[in-house]
Design a protein around this ligand. Structure first.
Ligand code: SF4
Length: 309
């Protein structure tokens, strides 16, 4: 069992992706209301070696010696990976050992105003930042940022990174109806996106419950309307959960383990993590599919969202 590596998980955007989590659960610069991993417990802008470089290195060496090649290696997880001050060293080590496996960094992009962060991740093949708002009002409503984080510096950091970085930037925009899809917000987002000039723009919406019960997913029509309004040639909607089953690494045994656990009693995501010993991101991928197939449902209770048959 690895502590910092997880999966490989079937990823909607990357195929079979081996995840590397460089920060403790919910250590983040944001506290997004749609976060699938729950509320942020350590809201911070401080970079440090949250997970030791040597520990990740040892797990990676062991993994590669004992497992087939994944499609991608992805820095992601249940917090913001660029908060780890050794991400550059981990990336460098993996690139030197990973026999041309492309490396992706999933980031909320909020620390890219820092030249050191931009340097640290510049050898990744794909950087996938998110940007859900371009006004301070929507940023505070959707992303509940660290108090010292302003949306202007986030957008400026993304623009600076674009100028410096030679790889692919796939910008994810998470739509929460009523919060960041009103005409003024969409126009501000479009202006920011055009300035950043990512290679791809990927519209996403809720698959799993967020941290706030009142929000809902955008419908396919709503997402299509935004694409039509923006009229950006490289914008697309991210594939939905059922299609994830087609990914080769979808493992029936994990699906069965989740079902066998919640048949005994309804569980939260944290319960499933503790019982099954799997990373929350890995569990979430399977919950998406089980819910889309109508095999489970989610119920809000006092202790959070519970999954049950
Ligand atoms: S969605 Fe990502 S950026 Fe937002 S709180 Fe969760 S881990 Fe942090």
């Amino acid at each position: 069992m690895y502590r910092y590596l997880f999966g490989p998980v079937p990823s909607r955007r990357l195929g079979i992706s081996l995840g590397i989590d460089l920060v403790p659960m919910k250590t983040c610069t944001l506290n997004c209301i749609y976060c699938e991993c729950g509320k942020t417990t350590d809201l911070s802008l401080t970079r440090r070696e949250y997970v030791l470089f040597e520990a990740v290195k040892a797990e990676f060496i062991h993994y590669r010696a004992n497992n087939p090649k994944p499609d991608y290696i992805t820095f992601s997880g249940s917090g913001e990976p660029t908060l780890n001050s050794r991400i550059g060293d981990v990336l460098h080590f993996i690139k030197s050992r990973s026999e041309k496996i492309p490396v992706a960094v999933l980031t909320n992009g909020t620390l890219l105003f820092d030249q050191q962060v931009r340097n640290d991740i510049k050898t990744a093949d794909v950087v996938m930042p998110s940007l859900d708002a371009a006004t301070s009002t929507a940023f505070k409503k959707v992303n509940l940022p660290h108090p010292r984080l302003g949306i202007e510096s986030v957008i400026d950091g993304l623009c600076r990174f674009r100028r410096q970085y030679r790889g692919q930037i796939w910008l994810e925009v998470f739509i929460i109806p009523g919060l960041n899809d009103i005409p003024m917000e969409l126009q501000a987002l479009k202006t920011a996106i055009e300035k950043i000039a990512p290679d791809r723009i990927q519209l996403n919406t809720l698959d799993r419950p967020g941290t706030v019960a009142s929000i809902r997913a955008a419908t396919p029509e709503e997402l299509k309307n935004i694409l039509a309004l923006w009229n950006l040639p490289n914008a697309e909607i991210i594939a939905k959960a059922p299609e994830r089953k087609k990914v080769l690494s979808f493992r029936k045994d994990i699906e069965s383990a989740i079902l066998e656990t919640i048949v005994r009693r309804p569980c939260t995501l944290a319960d499933l993590k503790n019982i099954l010993g799997l990373h929350v991101n890995e569990i979430n991928k399977y919950l998406d599919v089980l819910e889309a197939d109508g095999k489970i449902r989610v119920v809000k209770q006092q202790r959070g969202f519970f999954y049950q048959l």
